[in-house]
Ligand binder design. Structure first.
Ligand SMILES: Cc1cc2nc3c(=O)[nH]c(=O)nc-3n(C[C@H](O)[C@H](O)[C@H](O)COP(=O)(O)OP(=O)(O)OC[C@H]3O[C@@H](n4cnc5c(N)ncnc54)[C@H](O)[C@@H]3O)c2cc1C
Ligand code: FES
Length: 501
């Protein structure tokens, strides 16, 4: 089988390596804008993981397809750069199939994979599903083979009755019935608005990494990596290893905070070794603490970034800005199911069970703690949901160790007050509906902002502006309503055909 394939983007032939996502083909075609916003601004991918909906294109006549989640196929016709209406969601006439499992695991990242492995060990019937086109989650994106037996490109959009989920796939709708449910929905990046942040090629840090893993050609590009947290180093190394010129890593945390974090890693020898290795591999890359972007500039796409460090402000030309200010747990599905949230994450007991009996949660949806904590939480949830409580208890001490690391991370990379002033009144905060921060600030809270400005009402359903407004205004989403992701009309209302397994 040839290792490349050819498709068309706006009528132009583009050849990409097999396995690339459509987002990579669009970038290779030279198109700057993937879509136009409701006020006509050029937009391109931001998150690289299917949550921002900024990379929407039309594929073979299907509108609003997220190009970062859609694998390229030979002969595909992709249309980009069109004016877009956020409310215009296409309908289809697919039927629905129904299946019943002991345990359903939502999310095939490290936590969900671990939960599935442990639950299957006990003989339980387990369905694992993920919105992404391959299992692996954010860190092992497409590196895990389909032997994990996951229902891929399948996302939970609603929970029509206790013990039932509505799943939307590319080809139809599935009703899954479960005895126990494990939510391993992970986290997304926190994006903070600043002037110019909506320009194409301003992306999340993990977002640019995800897009590069999906085939975006990055070799020879000038990149600035900015924001906060150890993810910046991992991203910088990945991009550099793939031929990008990483001009600068700008970390908002102070030098003492970063050094203090490194010293405390002595309690976590494996993490310390990883950190030393990562830092050494980036020894010749400029790494500035107490530094962050204040403006992105360019016409149809990013051309330069203005940064600030203490009293100094300067401008660096670049092709990409990879910018993320830490991670935010994905709690929408848990909230829809009535699970209690605490501190912005899903609240759990010692067995990883949520406040709703039979619903468990694991990994970064329960709080940001890194890969190892996600895996051990997944193991505990998998065993506990399957009734193997002794096996679950045997993992408690490992979880405690990794929780200590999570607390260190949280303290060291807390966002500084000064970042609250990055956006001005005329800076867009809601990218789906093009709502400025000034309009949102005139409201008393989330509910009023939604009603009066449509902030958070577009396809990302507040996943981008919600994390920003939590930091900027101290607002938390007041409720989650179905669908938790934009869905086809008949997924929610339609023609259902029940097929038993
Ligand atoms: C963008 C990004 C990049 C990262 N890069 C690195 C890195 O390079 N190195 C590192 O050490 N750590 C990285 N991390 C952190 C790392 O991903 C986590 O520590 C770890 O992967 C968390 O595992 P998890 O299983 O909890 O979640 P994830 O790996 O995030 O997996 C959650 C999965 O749930 C799926 N999902 C969510 N909602 C639904 C739904 N409704 N229906 C169906 N599926 C759903 C998602 O598609 C996703 O695949 C990154 C995190 C992010 C957000
Ligand atoms: S870049 Fe595709 S959804 Fe965000």
């Amino acid at each position: 089988m040839p290792d490349s394939l050819t498709l068309r983007v706006n009528g132009r032939e583009v050849t990409v390596p097999r396995g690339s996502m459509v987002s990579a083909a669009v970038a290779l075609s030279g198109a700057a804008a993937f879509r136009r916003s409701v006020t006509g601004e050029p937009r391109g991918p931001l998150c690289g993981m299917g949550i921002c909906f900024e990379c929407r294109v039309t594929i073979d006549g299907r509108e609003h397809v997220r190009s970062c989640q859609e694998p390229c196929r030979a002969g595909m016709n992709v249309e980009v750069g069109q004016a877009d209406s956020a409310q215009n969601v296409s309908a289809s006439t697919n039927g629905a199939a129904q299946s019943r499992y002991d345990i359903v695991v939502v999310g095939a990242g490290p936590a969900g994979l671990a939960a599935t492995r442990c639950a299957r060990e006990t003989g339980a019937s387990v369905a694992l599903l993920d919105d992404n086109p391959a299992p692996g989650g954010q860190i092992w994106r497409a590196m895990v083979s389909n032997s994990a037996e996951a229902l891929i490109s399948s996302r939970v959009v609603a929970a029509p009755a206790p013990g039932h989920l509505t799943i939307e796939t590319a080809s139809g709708t599935l009703d899954l019935a479960y005895r126990c449910l494990i939510l391993a929905t992970g986290a997304r990046e926190r994006f903070l608005p600043f002037p110019g942040w909506t320009l194409p090629n301003v992306m999340g840090a993990g977002g640019l990494q995800a897009l590069a893993k999906s085939g975006l050609p990055i070799a020879g590009k000038n990149v600035i990596v900015a924001g906060s947290g150890p993810l910046l180093l991992a991203v910088a190394k990945y991009l550099r290893d793939h031929g990008a010129h990483v001009r600068l890593i700008a970390e908002q945390a102070s030098h003492p905070a970063v050094i203090g974090f490194a010293l405390r890693l002595a309690a976590h020898p494996q993490k310390l070794a990883q950190a030393i290795q990562l830092r050494a591999s980036l020894a010749i890359t400029r790494h500035l603490t107490s530094c962050w972007p204040v403006r992105a500039e360019g016409r149809e796409r990013l051309e330069a970034v203005t940064l600030r460090r203490r009293d100094l402000t300067w401008t660096e030309p670049c092709d990409y800005l990879a910018c993320g200010f830490g991670l935010v747990p994905n709690t929408e599905l848990a909230a829809l199911l009535g699970c209690r949230l605490a501190g912005g994450a899903v609240a759990i007991d010692e067995m990883q069970q949520t406040s709703v009996a039979g619903i468990y949660a694991a990994g970064e949806a329960t709080g940001i703690g890194g890969l190892e904590l996600s895996v051990v939480e997944g193991e505990i949830a998998g065993y506990a949901a399957a009734g193997s409580l002794a096996a679950a208890r045997a993992r408690f001490s490992a979880r405690q160790t990794h929780r200590h690391f999570a607390a260190l991370l949280d303290r060291a990379f807390a966002l500084r007050e000064g970042l609250r002033h990055l956006a001005g009144d005329d800076t867009l905060v809601c990218r789906c509906e093009d709502v400025t921060l000034g309009r949102v600030r005139a409201c008393t809270g989330w509910r009023e902002a939604k009603l009066h400005t449509r902030c958070g009402m577009g396809p990302c359903q507040g996943r981008v502006c919600g994390g920003a407004l939590e930091f900027l205004q101290g607002w938390h989403a007041d409720s989650t309503r179905p669908p938790v992701f934009p869905a086809r009309l008949n997924t929610l209302t339609g023609d259902r055909r029940n097929v038993s397994r």
